[in-house]
Design a protein around this ligand. Structure first.
Ligand code: ATP
Ligand code: MG
Length: 233
């Protein structure tokens, strides 16, 4: 589904991504782990075209490096950035509608608005209220649901559980499993090891600007050295 080869990215003169390699198969949940500042979010932004990538980014066999973010979104990549960018003055329902692709109608894709309301009672109860009154956890759900409304084949979700209660973390985990169950691929950027090891099929650990470990959750559990050097604070 996604194949990233020797991807580099810069902010001005700072060479942030220094040859990132990763791939994600159909329906796979892949976790991207690493400490603050190693370049996990920049990896998502470079795939999405929000930051210019050098190197190769292939999505469904097509080279997308150099394309614009809206073109990449239209090809089927959804991105949920780490700041929950809801539209606070619009209602929950209006926020969800904004997730549809140009020309797409509700119910045409794998997910419908009713689906979201069935999965998340809190969103249903607040369907016609301004999104600004939603709790942090509800806003996180809304951001994820809005992205799914556009019927992506791959979603990149940046730290969805940050600042959430254990109960909301559980709901996020359930949604991620529902996404995988529908055959959609997921790149999950996380800081919390538990959730990543629990639900990911494969794990990448990033060091400074490149991948330093790739394996299954089971393999990472056995690598005390990698966890000490690259993950624990
Ligand atoms: N817009 C920007 N301009 C300049 N430097 C940036 C910018 N955004 C990020 N950086 C720098 O790039 C590096 C990688 O940042 P990135 O956001 O990818 O990290 P991260 O792994 O997602 O970690 P975290 O989310 O915990 O900050 C950091 O050193 C950061 O300071
Ligand atoms: Mg980040």
């Amino acid at each position: 589904m996604l194949e990233v080869r020797d991807m580099h990215a810069y902010y001005g003169k700072s060479h942030i991504l220094q040859g990132v390699n990763l791939n994600i198969a159909e329906g796979e949940i892949v976790a991207l782990l690493g400490r603050n500042g190693v370049g996990r979010s920049t990896t998502c932004k470079a795939v999405m075209g929000d930051v210019e990538p050098n190197g190769s980014v292939r999505f469904k066999g097509q080279e997308i490096a150099g394309k614009k973010a809206y073109e990449i979104a239209n090809l089927g990549i959804g991105y949920v950035p780490e700041n929950r960018d809801i539209f606070p003055g619009l209602t929950t329902r209006q926020n969800l509608i904004l997730g549809l692709k140009p020309g797409q109608k509700d119910g045409e894709g794998r997910w419908s608005m009713q689906n979201m309301f069935d999965m998340f009672e809190n969103l249903d109860n607040r369907a016609d209220v301004e999104a600004s009154v939603l709790s942090g956890g509800e806003q996180q759900m809304l951001t994820m649901c809005r992205t799914l409304m556009g019927d992506p084949d791959l979603v990149m979700i940046d730290e969805p559980t940050e600042g959430l209660s254990p109960q909301m973390v559980q709901r996020v985990a359930e949604l991620l499993q529902e996404i995988a169950g529908r055959g959609i691929s997921t790149l999950l950027v996380e800081q919390k090891l538990d959730i990543a090891l629990d639900i990911a099929n494969r794990v990448y650990v990033m060091g400074h600007g490149h991948v330093v470990f790739e394996g299954t959750p089971q393999e990472l559990k056995q690598r005390d050295d990698i966890r000490k050097e690259w993950l624990e604070v």
